[in-house]
Write a protein that binds this ligand. Structure first.
Ligand code: CP3
Length: 350
């Protein structure tokens, strides 16, 4: 195990890696680490629905802590959803189990009617959860606050719910570029205030999920999604917390992503980390990128896959171990325990 040790560095391994500084071991956490693959999560979820869970600070704190307690993760991620702050903009929201928007946004009038809410009024429960977590979490597991990137939120708002292709949302970009840009900017400005409030409440790092950006070609990325995320990161620059940007399935966009201003870029499993590092340069840390389905392999094969990710990341500082996307619901929690221990053991640097 890797916990403790008297020569503990002043900064947690996770925060050190975010800043491309040497860490005692490669830090590890996993996307969707709090969730339905954990029996202790399912127990709580059998008693309350997902929205209630996100809006009840004591419960949200508990499920945030569950994977940290069970596995000794090097970071915690706030239990909430990328769509949570959208309700305060005036968009009623449901989950079944993914986000559902009853009246999709398809006109400039609807865009104009959206509010940019004060987070203390729109999402007081999120900020209370962050404050409580500040008291509960050990220094070894700093809290990551998060938000959706403007384009990914745009996808849900315009499409009206989940989709494999988000064709309606993409069609809106081509058909209504001005309204699209306006919506993206409004989302960026709302998310700046939302993330700023999380940092002020005690979040130690902030992550921006661009889950659907891989659906865009390079021109639409550069014209729409990238300026909006850049606007967001510029708005957060004054805060002294590392910013992580995750352009899911965005390996062909990395040359543009490099200039987004983030301290850390998340990489899905389609691109070796060595290639990502080459494009991003030594001053941007990388996060990733084990294929989540590797957790279903026998232990020796899982170990081999983990070792390959570590080897691809190389010996330079600035690697946060993670999956290449969220953990699958049917994953055995013992495989996650093996993953965390293995990363810690193999990457131990005294
Ligand atoms: O542990 C964590 O990662 C923290 C919590 C978290 C959730 N959603 C909880 C959740 C985070 C960081 C998110 C982000 C999120 N939400 C993203 C970006 C990350 C990604 O996966 O790309 C996206 C695209 C969403 C939208 C969303 N919310 C979807 C598609 C779904 C359905 C997912 C599913 O697996 O069925 C949700 C619901 C949701 N958000 C769940 C959880 C734990 C499942 C809710 C349940 O218990 O029923």
């Amino acid at each position: 195990m890797s916990e403790g040790g008297d020569a503990a560095p002043a900064m947690s391994p996770f925060l050190a890696a975010c800043r491309c500084e040497p860490a005692a071991h490669t830090p590890v956490w996993i996307m969707r680490q709090a969730g339905r693959y954990l029996p202790e999560y399912r127990k709580i979820r059998s008693e309350v629905d997902f929205l209630t869970l996100t809006k009840t600070p004591d419960l949200a704190v508990e499920v945030t802590l569950q994977p940290v307690r069970r596995f000794g993760m090097d970071a915690a991620i706030l239990f909430s959803d990328i769509m949570t702050p959208v309700e305060g903009m005036g968009v009623p929201l449901d989950f079944a189990p993914g986000p559902v928007i009853e009246t999709p946004i398809r006109s400039v009038e609807q865009v104009d009617a959206l509010r940019i809410p004060d987070p203390e009024e729109g999402v007081p429960f999120v900020l209370e959860t962050v404050r409580l977590l500040g008291e509960e979490l050990p220094d070894s597991a700093p809290l990551i606050g998060f938000a959706g990137a403007p384009f990914t939120l745009f996808c849900y708002l315009v499409q009206g719910g989940g989709s494999k292709t988000f064709s309606e949302a993409k069609a809106f970009l081509f058909a209504e570029p001005e309204a699209s840009r306006k919506l993206l900017e409004k989302l960026a400005d709302t998310m700046v205030r939302y993330l700023e409030a999380q940092a002020l409440a005690g979040a130690k790092a902030l992550m921006i999920f661009d889950s659907w950006v891989g659906l865009l070609g390079p021109e639409q990325y550069r014209e729409f999604a990238f300026p909006a995320v850049r606007r967001m990161i510029e708005g957060l620059d004054h805060l002294d917390v590392p910013l992580i940007y995750f352009p899911n399935q965005g390996s062909t966009l990395l040359g543009t992503v490099r200039d987004c201003g983030a301290d850390v870029v998340g990489i899905d499993w389609r691109l070796p980390l060595a290639d990502a590092r080459k494009t991003l340069g030594p001053e941007i840390a990388v996060q990733g990128n084990l294929d989540p389905t590797a957790l279903f392999a026998p232990r020796d094969e899982l170990a081999r896959q983990i070792d390959r990710v570590l080897a691809d990341a190389g010996p330079a500082p600035g690697h946060i171990f993670n999956l290449g996307h969220g953990i699958e619901r049917t994953t055995d929690p013992d495989a996650v325990a093996f993953l965390v221990d293995h990363v810690h053991e193999v990457s131990q640097r005294g």
